[in-house]
Design a binder for this molecule. Structure first.
Ligand SMILES: [Zn+2]
Length: 795
């Protein structure tokens, strides 16, 4: 049977059940022509024999017939899910069982453009190339590129080529590698490149994957190949290993004096492909310094680099030490991939991150030493002059910032008191201020001066508030950016407040705590080829986080994603991010207009707050782009009305809008100490009353539904209350919980927009269409034990 106009599927794969191939009998697609024009619309016919397609652009009634000679590419925009064929493998397939999972593909077009992406298999035909580009999860997008436009293409990797494309090594280094390779026939290209600097997680991952794909070569064989040991020496060493299984062959060979440690390391890197990492430039995952105890780090001279779901990659002095590998696996509960680093680099880095012996001490201990051990002596100590360059001061400031970062604080407040009173340092964690430490008064001036110097502020200016930025990487072992504000208080004193800007990774959509219906709805919207999606809520409701999670969900190589933000708080590889700069007229609207000329697929606009930006985001989404933005409004429905009030054309707006996600952040109950109790009938009634308020829902039906969904034995409902323990600073709450409402722009809502209906009218329609309000989502989360009414009532 023909699937979508005889469109082929990749070898060994078939459609997963419930193929999402058509939408109301339509096949949405984006057609790109050789002249650069791009049209979104529906595919009506695809004639591979006669080399033309039939197509109806959106918002038109005329069908176009486009010859493949004018076509650059066509992309079917509804993703399909593929699975491995259930049929028994053919003899041929058994011989070559490597079913293509994900291959890199590079298409070089005749006009010099190129497409770099990842494809799940490919089908080359005389008329052109069919690709299956990764969309999200298991789904792929189908592309067709006619033969006439392709200069050349490459599916799968050639090592040298790939390294150049990834900018890992410059082209001339590959040339040099090839030259060297021709001289050293027996060595592989990889051997030489192995000695290049590996400094990022991606590079190390690639090197590890390459190592795993290399033919298994044993250490003994490699040493013999290199004439470093003789056959007899190997035999002797193997015999000794039989007696003591715990020892690694390399250790035995060194111990017997047959070979040096340096030679072994060289062979491990060059012949066995164990990656060699240049530590001083590496971006470490600081979380791991908490997982791996300092005594293991020091004992075995190891430095954790980064982790994946199940593995941790660790730089080691001796990657063969089975004892070290066991200890690391034990403390991390992860499997360990060892990579090598030089001894001197390891020592330096370990000192930098873990300090000298005992330096990773508690702040209280640290401060007690500053004070000479007793607070009473502070007044005497105040006479001592402590300068901002004092080594203790440098370490104190670094400690405050690193602790704040590691504890997940968003802000650091330095509050300076008069006279002999100590300076208070407090952190804002999960939105709440918590005490961190008191610093003796005599350190007051030096502390403020040190922070000002680090933020490039004027030390002598004490009467005016100053703004600055600190790039902590220049002073300490972590890439943390801070926005710094000084504030003159009384008697010539100043406070300092620092906002930690580094939130380097976007959360996955699944980690946002969205209820299943909202999560599924959002994912569907995010995969649309064009349209407008807003996230709304007050300041601090996590709008930016959600937008970045949405972007990370669709951040794949075949999409071009532009963002304009103010400020850029989260960075993601693959996005092209632009910072608003109002002084030079780089406003949201201005950047957005430039984006339209810069060939985007997806555009994220940090905030839509003026009519001009609002009109431009609608224009962008109506011309075939997917646009995400935020609004500073209280609810999803209110957003719609607010946008209409900005003077938008209701028909354009109704056409462009996909949906609005409203959200709030509330406090999450501490899972270590929350206490479950049976809800009283009054409590349940009150929650049901609140749930149904301003809706046409019936309280008794809701209660019955809750009992079915959350009740024990289908009857008793339980709730959780805050208690307080060590883990949550005795507050009973730890972390934050998102509460959401997703307004989908259904045809009923469209009609309301056309009619410029008011908030209550649209809200009734939305609830009728299945939307659950913020409060309703919050109440559901109360029954799930995630939060309590104290928090939800404040929404
Ligand atoms: Zn607790």
């Amino acid at each position: 049977m023909d699937i979508d106009f005889g469109w082929p599927l990749p070898p060994h794969l078939e459609l997963a059940p419930a193929p999402r191939t058509t939408h109301n009998g339509n096949t949405p697609c984006i057609v790109t022509l050789n002249d650069g024009h791009r049209h979104a619309g529906n595919l009506l016919g695809f004639d591979q024999e006669a080399s033309f397609l039939e197509f109806r652009p959106e918002h038109t009634v005329d069908n176009l017939r486009i010859s493949f000679s004018k076509l650059r590419s066509i992309r079917l925009t509804s993703p399909i899910e593929l699975k491995k064929m259930a049929l028994p493998l053919t003899v041929e397939a058994q011989k070559n069982p490597a079913i293509p999972v994900k291959q890199r593909c590079v298409i070089f077009f005749k006009d010099g453009e190129r497409l770099v992406s990842e494809t799940v298999g490919h089908v080359p035909r005389e008329i052109g190339l069919f690709l299956f580009l990764i969309s999200a999860g298991n789904s792929v997008l189908r592309w067709f590129i006619p033969t006439q436009t392709i200069a050349s293409y490459q599916i799968g990797d050639k090592l040298g080529k790939m390294l150049i494309d990834e900018n890992i090594v410059p082209a001339d280094a590959i040339e040099a590698g090839l030259e060297k390779q021709s001289r050293l026939r027996e060595s592989k290209l990889g051997d030489y490149l192995q000695l290049e600097h590996l400094v990022t997680e991606k590079q190390v991952e690639m090197a590890l994957q390459k190592q795993k794909s290399m033919p298994r070569l044993k250490l003994g064989e490699a040493l013999i190949q290199e004439n470093l040991i003789t056959n007899e020496q190997l035999a002797q060493a193997l015999k000794r290993q039989e007696e003591d299984r715990k020892l690694h062959l390399g250790e035995i060979l060194i111990d017997m004096g047959f070979v040096t440690k340096e030679s072994i390391k060289r062979i491990l890197a060059q012949k066995l492909g164990i990656p060699f990492v240049t530590l001083p430039k590496f971006q470490f995952d600081l979380e791991l310094t908490k997982i791996v105890p300092v005594d293991i780090v020091r004992k075995y001279s190891v430095m954790p680099l980064y982790r994946t779901q199940s593995r941790m990659v660790v730089a080691m002095e001796d990657p063969l030490s089975s004892e070290a590998l066991k200890a690391l696996a034990f403390c991390s509960k992860l499997s360990i991939d060892p990579v090598m680093a030089s001894e001197i680099d390891l020592v330096t880095i370990i000192a930098k991150f873990f300090g000298g012996q005992g330096e990773r001490q508690d702040i209280a201990e640290f401060v007690s030493k500053l004070d000479g051990g007793s607070g009473i002596e502070a007044s005497q100590a105040a006479n001592e002059v402590i300068t901002e360059s004092d080594n203790t001061m440098v370490r104190l400031v670094n400690k405050i910032i690193l602790d704040a970062y590691e504890q997940g604080a968003s802000d650091i407040h330095i509050e300076v008191m008069k006279g002999n009173e100590p300076t208070q340092v407090r952190f804002r964690k999960d939105g709440i201020m918590v005490a961190y430490s008191d610093i003796p008064a005599n350190y007051r001036n030096a502390l403020i001066s040190r922070l000002k110097i680090m933020s490039r502020l004027d030390i002598s200016e004490k009467r005016r508030s100053q703004d600055g930025k600190m790039n902590f990487e220049q002073f300490g072992p972590a890439k943390i950016e801070l926005r710094v504000v000084t504030m003159p208080t009384t008697e010539g004193l100043e406070d300092i407040v620092m906002r930690i800007l580094a939130a380097p990774k976007a959360l996955s959509l699944d980690a946002l705590g969205l209820s299943p219906a909202v999560l599924e709805g959002l994912k569907k919207l995010a995969l649309k080829p064009h349209g407008l999606l807003f996230v709304c809520g007050p300041t601090g409701s996590g709008k930016t986080t959600t937008l970045h999670s949405l972007l990370s969900y669709i951040n794949t190589p075949e999409r071009k994603i532009w963002t304009v933000e103010d400020p850029i708080e989260i960075t993601q590889k693959g996005l092209r991010q632009v910072q608003v700069h109002a002084k030079i007229d780089l406003t949201f609207a201005a950047v957005l207009r430039s984006f339209l000329r810069a060939d985007p697929d997806v555009i994220m606009v940090g905030e839509t707050r003026d009519p001009e930006t609002a009109k431009t985001v609608i224009e962008a989404s109506l011309t075939g782009h997917l646009v995400f933005s935020t609004l500073h409004t209280n609810s999803a429905v209110e957003s719609v009305v607010r946008l209409l009030d900005l003077g938008l054309d209701p028909f354009n707006f109704a056409d462009a809008l996909l949906g609005v996600l409203g959200q709030r952040l509330t406090r999450r109950l501490c899972t270590a100490c929350r206490q479950r109790y049976s809800a009283t009938a009054e409590q349940v009634q009150m929650l049901a009353y609140e749930y149904c308020l301003e809706t046409e829902l019936r309280a008794d039906e809701i209660v019955a539904h809750w009992k079915k969904q959350y009740g024990h034995d289908g009857n008793t409902l339980t709730l959780c209350k805050a208690v307080g323990c060590e883990k949550c600073d005795k507050s009973g709450y730890k972390g934050r919980l998102g509460v959401h409402e997703l307004l989908l722009n259904t045809s009923a809502i469209k009609k309301k927009i056309h009619a410029r209906a008011n908030v209550p009218e649209i809200l009734q329609t939305a609830i009728g269409e299945g939307m659950r309000t913020l409060k309703q989502d919050g109440i559901d989360k109360i029954f799930q034990g995630l939060t309590d009414w104290e928090q939800v009532r404040m929404l």
